[in-house]
Ligand binder design. Structure first.
Ligand code: PLP
Length: 384
C-alpha cells in the first residue's frame, strides 16, 4: 500500500493503522507495554525511545499528511519545539526567529537559551529581508510561524526555504495554525515542521500533544536528543490522537468554510473596525496565502469599533465560549491583551499591533447561522 496514492481523507482514516491480527477488530489496538523483549528483535522498544507500536504507526500518518519521510510524536507542542531546537543548536550558535511567535516558544528561547549560551535574534518583521538581515556568521537555524498568532500574518515559505538553503542553514516552521490540511511546508523546501497536536490534530480540546515531521537525517538528530530529554507521549494519548486525526480533514475543511463566511460577515458589519483573515481579499498577503495554502484556516481576529467594549462583548456571547487555547470543534474567543500577550507592556503590545480591543476567534464546526446570530446579539446587547 503506497500512501502516495491516497487522498487526504484516506490518509487521515487509514495510514498508520495497526492491524489487529489476533481479534480482527476495526481499529488499532493500544500497546501499553513499557517492557519489550530485548533478544531476537529488530527494534529495542521503549516508550521514551519513541518507538512503541502506537507511536511509530501514528508517526506514519503525520509524515504522510506533511509529505515528509518521517515524523515523531511528543508529549506537547513545547516538548516538540524545545527538543527540535536543542537538537540543532549548541553553545555559540545563533538562531533567527520570527518576531510574531507563539508565546511559549518565545519564552523558551528568551528564558532558556541564555543558560546554554545560544544566541538569538527576533526579526523586526516577517518579510524575507528581515530574516536575511538578521543572519550572522554563527547562525544555524531560521524559524518561522505562518499564519501567525494572533494577527494572521503570512510569511513567504518558499522564499524562507530558499534563503535558508542558500546559506546552508536549517529551516523550521510552526505549522500549527494552518494544519497539514491547509499547508505543507515541505513542498516548498522547509526542513522541519512542528505541530502543537493539542490544536487541530487533536481537535477536541482534550489532548495535549506535539509532533515534528522531516527527513530521516534531520529526524535522527532530533531522536538522539529526544531520548535524553524524555518528552514522549503516553500510548493511551497516542491512540486518542490517532482517533482524532481520522476526522482531521473533515473538521479543518468545515472550519475553513465557517471562518471564511464569518470573516466576510464581520468585514461587512458596521460595528466592526478591522478583520484579520488571510482568506479576505483585503488581507495584505492574500495573494501570497493563495500560493502556499489550500485553505485559509479556522483562525481569525477582529476589532470592534471604539466604544464597544471587547470584554463586555465576550461576556454577552451565549454559544461561543470565552476560553484559552484554540482549534477545537467548538468556537472560542479570547482577548490576546488579557491572555497570550498579557505579560508584555502596553508599549510592546502596541509595537506588534495587538490592541486591547483585538479579539481572537477560533472558529469551530457549528452551523454558520448560529455563530453569526450569536455575534450579532452580543454586539447588540453590548451597545445597548
Ligand atoms: C499551542 C501552541 C504551541 C504549544 O503547544 P502545546 O501543545 O501547548 O505545548 C506552539 N505553537 C502554536 C502556534 C500553538 O498554538
Amino acid at each position: 500500500m503506497s500512501k502516495e496514492k491516497f487522498g487526504v481523507n484516506t490518509i487521515c482514516t487509514h495510514v498508520g493503522e495497526i492491524k489487529d491480527e489476533q481479534f480482527k477488530g476495526a481499529v488499532s489496538p493500544i500497546y501499553l507495554s513499557t517492557s519489550y523483549e530485548f533478544d531476537n528483535v529488530d527494534v529495542k522498544r521503549y516508550p521514551r525511545y519513541f518507538n512503541t507500536p502506537n507511536q511509530t504507526h501514528l508517526s506514519k500518518k503525520i509524515a504522510a499528511l506533511e509529505h515528509t519521510e518521517t515524523a515523531m510524536i511528543f508529549a506537547s507542542g513545547m516538548a516538540a519545539i524545545s527538543t527540535m531546537l536543542l537538537a540543532f543548536l549548541k553553545q555559540g550558535d545563533h538562531i533567527v526567529v520570527q518576531n510574531t511567535l507563539y508565546g511559549g516558544t518565545s519564552n523558551f528561547i528568551r528564558e532558556e537559551f541564555p543558560k546554554y549560551g545560544i544566541e538569538f535574534t527576533f526579526t523586526n518583521g516577517y518579510e524575507v529581508a528581515h530574516f536575511e538581515d538578521a543572519i550572522q556568521s554563527n547562525t544555524k537555524v531560521i524559524y518561522i510561524e505562518t499564519p501567525s498568532n494572533p494577527l494572521l500574518t503570512i510569511t513567504n515559505i518558499k522564499n524562507i526555504a530558499d534563503l535558508t538553503k542558500s546559506k546552508g542553514l536549517v529551516s523550521m516552521i510552526d505549522n500549527t495554525f494552518a494544519s497539514p490540511i491547509n499547508q505543507n511546508p515541505a513542498d516548498f523546501g522547509i526542513d522541519l515542521i512542528i505541530h502543537s497536536a493539542t490544536k487541530y490534530l487533536g481537535g477536541h480540546s482534550d489532548i495535549l500533544a506535539g509532533a515534528v515531521a522531516g527527513s530521516h537525517i534531520h529526524m535522527e538528530r532530533i531522536w538522539n536528543v529526544a531520548k535524553n530529554l524524555g518528552g514522549s507521549l503516553s500510548d493511551m494519548t497516542v491512540w486518542m490522537l490517532e482517533r482524532s486525526m481520522k476526522t482531521l480533514a473533515l473538521r479543518v475543511k468545515a472550519q475553513n468554510k465557517n471562518a471564511q463566511k464569518l470573516a466576510e460577515f464581520l468585514d461587512k458589519h458596521s460595528d466592526v473596525a478591522n478583520v484579520f483573515y488571510p482568506g479576505l481579499k483585503s488581507h495584505p498577503e492574500h495573494e501570497l496565502a493563495k500560493t502556499q495554502m489550500r485553505g485559509f484556516g479556522g483562525m481569525l481576529s477582529f476589532e470592534l469599533n471604539d466604544g464597544i467594549d471587547a470584554m463586555t462583548f465576550q461576556k454577552h456571547l451565549k454559544l461561543i465560549k470565552s476560553s484559552m487555547s484554540l482549534a477545537g470543534v467548538e468556537s472560542t474567543m479570547l482577548l490576546p491583551s488579557r491572555t497570550s500577550h498579557a505579560l508584555l507592556s502596553q508599549n510592546e503590545r502596541d509595537q506588534i499591533g495587538i490592541s486591547d480591543r483585538l479579539i481572537r476567534f477560533s472558529v469551530g464546526i457549528e452551523t454558520f447561522k448560529d455563530l453569526k446570530a450569536d455575534i450579532k446579539q452580543a454586539i447588540k446587547t453590548t451597545k445597548s
